[in-house]
Design a protein around this ligand. Structure first.
Ligand code: DLL
Length: 433
């Protein structure tokens, strides 16, 4: 089933016409209504009349996170606050939080794209969904909620946390869908087993997981722990929240809803477009939003894109899983390290759990040191110390060969690393503190 077949299967030429009309209107709209954007466009020497279609998008200036922070709280809003129905706040990695707002029409748009996403994941009207993304200022809970409402699903608005209670709700109500972060669903599997429940026998058939990076290996782990299909959902508060892109059952890239969120992939160093299939930074223009429309917003997320039609019938472009960020990437002794690479190493090693943390520190001599804390199965601690040491050495070797960087590996008992009900905290960079 395809929720909005007309746009999701639209011929490329017709889609470009639609995007062109929307872009022309958008540039006129922000120029007229938002002083910060007017200034930005003038500084770039772009009069709205110069933008005649989607092919001219490269003439427009980029918008970056700092543009939002510098105008905190409402400076990038294109509507008076009285016309804004809902506000969300993203914690951000450091400094001032980012505030985003939605008019009534924006909330309708959010419901629409989220309904498209849930349907793309495999939901059918009448299904029950267990939503365990946080409700509140974070966009995860309410975003999923609005889409589920639009689609006619039965919602369990559980929000995050209280794992035992979540498992009880799951066992009693038997939802077909579950939505939460991928790290949390793995944590839940452990808790389920401790409570004597078999996760493979649970009612979940489809998972809608996102808000943090996760690898193909982690997908396999989740799918085998729960005997379900695990799909990836992507989004960010600045654009709308969840509902920017979603995998279908083919799990072959995330369909980006490009009739409303126009994607470009650029070289993060030069800003130049990169060819189809090559990695680069995802840049998104919100074509129809009212409260905070954004021109060419730099997400800092690294992906590649394909414009080939998917086997599911949708013609929308597909982005790869998020391969990292241009900013939470850590550089250890000159080498770029993404936490997801460590995860990949661990999932290939027997006895380890996908719960890990990277701690980067600077030694007195100025050299950076990477320490990787990894949880291992309880039974390994009852074995002789020699076995643990061997495992540590093995992981160390794998890390060097995959990442090209030496790491001090420390194996710890299950549940030593602090669990997060939201996004897992994978990196502690003591150099920056
Ligand atoms: O995390 C929105 C969301 C909620 C998405 C629920 C999916 C599900 P922010 O808190 O603003 O919004 O964080 C956005 O999280 O730029 C990515 O770096 C990362 N991210 C989001 N989804 C994924 C994903 C929400 N599927 C930032 N894979 C984004 C990898 C993701 N990273």
């Amino acid at each position: 089933m395809i929720w909005n077949e007309k746009v999701e299967c639209m011929h490329r030429g017709a889609m470009q016409e639609l995007q062109s009309r929307r872009l022309v209107e958008l540039v006129r709209y922000v120029h007229e209504r938002n002083p910060a954007y007017r200034q930005k466009l003038e500084a770039a020497g772009v009069a709205p009349a110069r933008i005649k279609g989607i092919g001219d998008i490269g003439d427009l200036p980029f918008t970056v996170k700092y543009d939002m922070r510098d105008t905190y709280p409402f400076g990038l809003f294109s509507r008076p606050i009285k016309e804004v129905s809902e506000i969300h706040v993203s914690s951000g990695t450091s400094g001032t939080p980012t505030v985003v707002g939605y008019t009534k029409d924006d909330l309708k748009l959010w419901s629409d794209v989220m309904a498209r996403a849930l349907c793309c994941a495999g939901a059918e009207p009448g299904d029950m969904i267990h939503i365990m993304y946080g409700y509140g200022l974070f966009t995860g809970g309410l975003g999923l909620h609005y889409g589920a409402l639009e689609m006619g699903l039965t919602i369990i608005p559980a929000s995050a946390g209280q794992t035992k209670r979540q498992l009880q709700l799951m066992a009693d109500f038997k939802p077909r869908l579950v939505a939460c972060t991928p790290s949390y669903i793995l944590f839940m599997a452990e808790e389920a087993r401790e409570m004597g429940l078999d996760p493979r026998a649970a009612s979940y058939e489809i998972g809608v997981f996102g808000a943090e990076p996760w690898s193909e290996a982690m997908r396999r782990e989740i799918e085998s722990a729960w005997d379900m299909v695990a799909t990836d959902i992507y989004g960010l508060s600045e654009i709308i929240g969840p509902g920017v892109a979603q995998e279908c059952g083919h799990k072959n890239g995330l369909h980006i809803f490009s009739d409303v969120f126009y994607p470009e992939i650029i070289d993060p160093e030069t800003g130049a477009p990169v060819p189809e299939g090559k990695d680069g930074e995802l840049v998104i223009t919100t074509l129809t939003k009212q409260a905070i429309p954004l021109l060419r917003y730099r997400t800092r997320d690294i992906v590649s894109i394909t414009y080939e039609k998917c086997a599911c019938g949708r013609t929308s472009p597909r982005i790869s899983k998020i391969k990292g960020r241009t900013d939470d990437m850590i550089i250890v002794r000159g080498i770029n390290v993404f936490p997801s690479q460590i995860e990949h190493v661990l999932l290939g090693i027997e006895g380890t759990q996908p719960h890990y943390q990277l701690v980067v520190d600077r030694k007195p001599g100025g050299l950076d040191e990477l320490e990787v804390l990894i949880e291992v199965e309880e039974r390994l601690f009852s074995d002789e110390i020699k076995k643990l040491k061997e495992l540590e050495a093995k992981i160390g070797r794998e890390i060097v060969s995959t990442l090209g960087v030496q790491a001090k590996v420390r194996l710890v008992e299950p549940k030593t690393i602090e669990r997060s009900m939201g996004k897992a905290k994978r990196v502690i960079d003591k150099r920056a503190m």
